[in-house]
Design a protein around this ligand. Structure first.
Ligand code: HEM
Length: 402
């Protein structure tokens, strides 16, 4: 039985696929005594947990740390009935019509980025494209100026990074950024509340929707609205950034798949889904068990942190044939079983938006460019929560007819 799995090992972080496969076969539930959390590697094991909301809870938080007095339970950190009520309050902002209406401004923004890229021979594709598009979208959703994005991005990196942090290593930094985010959003939220109280409409962005929303006839408390804004920033931006980066990175590694996609652009949705499967943007997130439980032969005391390793579940040969092979022509029905957006009660509500952002980026890219080649080594995302490129130096190959 393999027991030396070290999630924080640099080699693992840079090349996780084969280790995840090995763990599935040799130690499907792993007890990492040093860091104090269990990890579940098989697709079926993860599904069993996300389906059992009586036994498993998120109230101690979605990351390695236990929620404390600074934590506000929001969505991935809230169990029913609070979760049900919060979801009801935000659901209108994610209805398909609202998401579809975002496509036009997103495409206009992406086209501008493509024009800027066309002026460059070489660039870091993350800085020039993959960082900016999701940040543009989030700034629209949260009604904040896009010009603030370098600062927001810095906060997001720390917040995302600290989700799966080792012990307390990033705690001071996390609290500092939490304060900065609160200072940034609080006056904006208060201004919207003042408008709402004066009988004026604060807007149709998500923060305004929460300000206008009521739970059991009561206003949503300001700390929850702040918590939501902070969560959206972390959940929606960096995840989509690494997703877009991974797509282009995979295509550089697999020119045959790129050629296949160019020959048949109707494969784009599958290609994006296969990217999500084989390079899950999030390694995993946590539940705790409400009662003592035996899992994979381990007797686990109540309230233990159990990591659902989405990334590993996506590489399970019991669900995906030859799982380490990148194949954009996989059967869509099977592909959709990937766990990159979680599953069950807390399934990512932003999945359709993230997919649309990536689709628009690739469509516009293909109009302008024939492809891309590496111009330097990839720098991986520096915090262990997320998986994908952080810097991706490339040389862009313009389309011949341009
Ligand atoms: C490729 C991009 C994305 C990935 C990989 C991703 C991943 C995830 C995962 C794995 C969960 C489930 C957590 C769990 O079960 O513990 C989740 C939840 C969530 N995500 Fe995403 N996400 C992405 C993009 C977005 C976007 C663009 C938004 C919004 C703008 C968003 C908003 C949310 C929300 C609100 C939840 C909480 C749902 C709930 O608890 O009911 N995500 N995401």
């Amino acid at each position: 039985m393999v027991t030396d799995f070290d999630f924080y090992d640099e080699k693992f972080q840079n090349f996780p696929h084969q280790t995840y496969r090995t763990m599935q076969d040799t130690c499907p539930v792993h007890n990492n005594t040093e860091v104090g959390w269990y990890a579940v590697f098989r697709h079926a094991g993860i599904m069993a947990i996300v389906r059992d909301n009586e036994m498993f809870s998120v109230r101690h938080g979605p990351g390695t740390n236990y929620a404390d007095e600074h934590s506000v339970p929001v969505l991935v950190g809230a169990d029913p009935p609070l979760h049900t009520k919060q979801k009801k309050a935000i659901a209108p902002a994610f209805n398909p019509k609202i998401i579809a209406a975002l496509e036009e401004p997103i495409r206009a923004f992406v086209q501008q980025r493509m024009e800027a890229l066309a002026e460059l021979v070489e660039c870091d594709l993350m800085a020039e494209l993959a960082d900016q598009v999701p940040m543009f979208v989030i700034s629209e959703l949260l009604d904040v100026p896009f010009a603030d994005y370098p600062m927001l991005r810095d906060w997001v990196d720390v917040m995302a990074g600290s989700t799966l942090q080792k012990a307390q290593t990033m705690e001071a930094d996390r609290l500092d950024k939490l304060r900065k985010i609160a200072d940034y959003f609080l006056p904006r939220v208060e201004a919207k509340i003042a408008l709402d109280e004066a009988g004026e409409d604060p807007g149709d962005d998500m923060v305004s929707l929460l300000v206008k929303g009521r739970i059991d006839g009561e206003r949503i408390p300001t700390p929850q609205i702040l918590g939501f804004a902070q969560f959206l920033l972390v959940a929606g931006a960096a995840t989509t950034t690494v997703f877009i980066g991974s797509f282009f990175n995979l295509m550089m590694d697999h020119p045959d798949q790129w050629a296949k996609l160019k020959a048949d652009p109707s494969l784009l949705d599958q290609a994006l889904e296969e990217t999500l499967r084989i390079e899950s943007p999030v390694h995993g997130l946590f539940r705790t068990n409400n009662e003592p439980i035996t899992l994979g032969g381990h007797d686990i005391p109540a309230d233990t942190k159990i990591g659902l390793m989405w990334f590993s579940g996506n590489l399970d040969p019991e669900v995906f044939d030859d799982p380490l092979r990148f194949d954009i022509a996989r059967e869509p029905k099977v592909l959709r079983k990937h766990l990159s957006f979680g599953h069950g009660l807390h399934t990512c509500i932003g999945g359709p938006l993230a997919r649309m952002e990536a689709r628009v980026v690739v469509e516009e890219f293909m109009k302008r460019f024939d492809g891309l080649k590496r111009a330097g080594p990839l720098v991986p995302y520096p915090f262990p929560t997320l998986n994908g490129p952080y810097k991706l130096p490339v040389r862009l190959i313009p389309r011949k007819e341009n």
